[in-house]
Design a protein around this ligand. Structure first.
Ligand code: PMP
Length: 483
């Protein structure tokens, strides 16, 4: 059966009727999963918590080999701005296939690439687009992060890097070093502002200002042990770090601090880009213009593509400084150009802002009934629900400890109800929703209904018999972007 956007609801925990079953069938589904667990690496990730064998997908909906259907709020880790197999994406891909154009072209010029670059530049913040260069990278976000770091190190002749606690920039060595868990001595980690677990215990504008002052002080104190770095890399909304939107005021402070000290500012928009946060690029919320933008995920319209765009002044690296075989994916460029144009023409960033705000509102109402929901936050259609143990012993922190086991239970209850969600956050206690920007109101309601049921079921099973009694000493929160 064709999956349509107007057929949102998978009956909770239901199997599709016989007539809708895929030819693959339940037996094949189980066999494929069994062989996967026998043959694939111990490092596999999503496959562990989501034992699904996708065989068809359209929009928000994925159909498994066992005939079950799911509402997909993981969206290829945020890559599917238009959901699965959007008609404009399919058409763009088919057009390239039917044209006889080569699919592999290294980094040679092609009409498809030319059109992609033109469309991408049309969306960039004006202050950058006017004078930008683009480097096509290996097809993963992490490779574009490596390119950005190499670019600023070459341009400045400096080695150090400023990054932030809780950051996630990828899995290759340089990107890992810039991420929150790393140990590279060349990387100085600075506090990322956050309300719920504010490192200064105050949150809000004051917490963000203290974080900015700490940054300023490290750079200006000759004995801080932090020489002027090659660059600063930040996510405008931390995604893997637990869906933490940076306040716009803090973003502007970071821009001022870096600009006045000639430190290139790198915005990692791998996850926040292409309308996801309610602006085409998340830096637009604060109005800042970074020196470098790292882009991947949604720019490829569901196919692998990664680039950096940067001020031409930084273009001091040598030919071949960041090479790679797979930097010319024509299908991804066509799918990406179609996606960028569709998001722009249909004002899907605005749609994400409005729908995301309504979803946050409903989740906050839900939080009021569930002491285990410590915080609900997000921006646009990048939404996080932090689960906590409200009964834990006092820790001195204003927020109760995260409850990663409950988060896993909620994720599994969601799956049982035909809803795919992601987990993240410093303590793995945040349930994340990254639905496509094409989400309809009805689909959003179906997602939230299933989430509410799953939360209630997981809470009951996780803490049977516990009275709904949050400790008053622990602050409950509901943080969105501050302006
Ligand atoms: N930067 C950010 C902000 C990300 O969220 C991710 C992936 N989640 C990456 C970089 C790395 O991208 P990739 O997984 O494609 O290497």
């Amino acid at each position: 059966m064709a999956l349509t956007e107007s057929a949102p609801a998978v009956p909770p925990a239901a199997h599709a009727p016989e007539g809708e079953r895929t030819t693959t069938g339940t037996g094949a589904h189980e066999g494929i999963l069994r062989r996967q667990s026998l043959r694939e690496s111990a490092a596999r990730t999503y496959a562990r918590s989501l034992p699904i064998v996708p065989v068809r997908a359209r929009g928000l909906t994925i159909e498994g080999a066992d005939g079950r259907r799911y509402l997909d709020c993981l969206s290829g880790a945020g890559s599917l701005a238009l959901g699965h197999n959007h008609p404009v994406v399919l058409e763009a891909v088919r057009k390239v296939l039917d044209s006889g154009a080569p699919l592999h072209v290294l980094d040679l010029a092609t009409p498809v690439k030319d059109a992609f670059t033109t469309e991408l530049f049309a969306t960039l913040p004006a202050g950058l687009a006017d004078d930008a260069r683009i480097q096509f990278c290996g097809p993963a976000g992490t490779d574009a992060v490596e390119a950005a770091l190499k670019l600023v190190r070459t341009a400045t002749g400096r080695g150090g890097l400023l990054s932030f606690t809780g950051a996630y920039h990828g899995m290759t060595a340089g990107a890992l070093d810039a991420s929150g868990g790393a140990t590279d001595v060349r990387v100085t980690r600075l506090p990322y502002p956050q309300d719920y677990r504010c490192p200064f215990g105050v949150g809000g504008d004051q917490g963000a200002e203290l974080a900015a002052r700490w940054t300023e002080n490290l750079l200006d104190d000759p004995k801080s042990g932090v020489p002027t770095p090659a660059g600063m890399i930040l996510e405008p909304v931390q995604g893997e770090g637990g869906v933490i939107p940076a306040p716009d005021t803090w973003m502007r402070r970071m821009r001022e601090i870096t600009a006045s000290r000639s430190i290139p500012l790198i915005a990692d928009e791998v996850q926040t880009g292409v309308g996801r946060t309610g602006a085409f690029w998340a830096v637009e919320h604060s109005g800042i213009v970074p020196d470098v933008m790292v882009l991947s995920k949604a720019i490829g319209g569901s196919l692998p593509l990664a680039v950096i765009v940067y001020r031409s002044e930084l273009d001091a690296w040598k030919p071949g400084a960041h090479a790679g075989t797979f930097r010319g994916n024509q299908l991804a460029m066509a799918a990406g150009a179609a996606t960028l144009a569709y998001v722009r023409e249909n004002r899907l960033a605005e749609r994400a802002a409005a729908l995301g705000a309504r979803m946050l509102g409903r989740l906050r109402n839900l939080a009021a009934e569930h002491p285990c929901v410590g915080d609900v936050r997000g921006r646009g259609l990048m939404i996080g629900v932090e689960l906590v143990d409200p009964y834990a012993e006092e820790t001195g922190s204003s927020a109760p400890p995260a409850d990663p086991a409950l988060a896993v239970a909620v994720q599994q209850e969601c799956l049982g109800r035909g809803l795919i969600v992601e987990l993240g956050g410093r303590h793995s206690g945040v349930v994340r929703l990254l639905p496509p920007l094409t989400l309809t109101d009805e689909q959003a309601a179906a997602v939230l209904d299933r989430f509410a049921d799953a939360l209630a079921a997981a809470e009951r099973a996780h803490r049977p018999g516990r009275p709904p009694r949050p400790r008053s000493a622990h602050r409950r929160n509901a943080t969105g972007p501050s302006h």
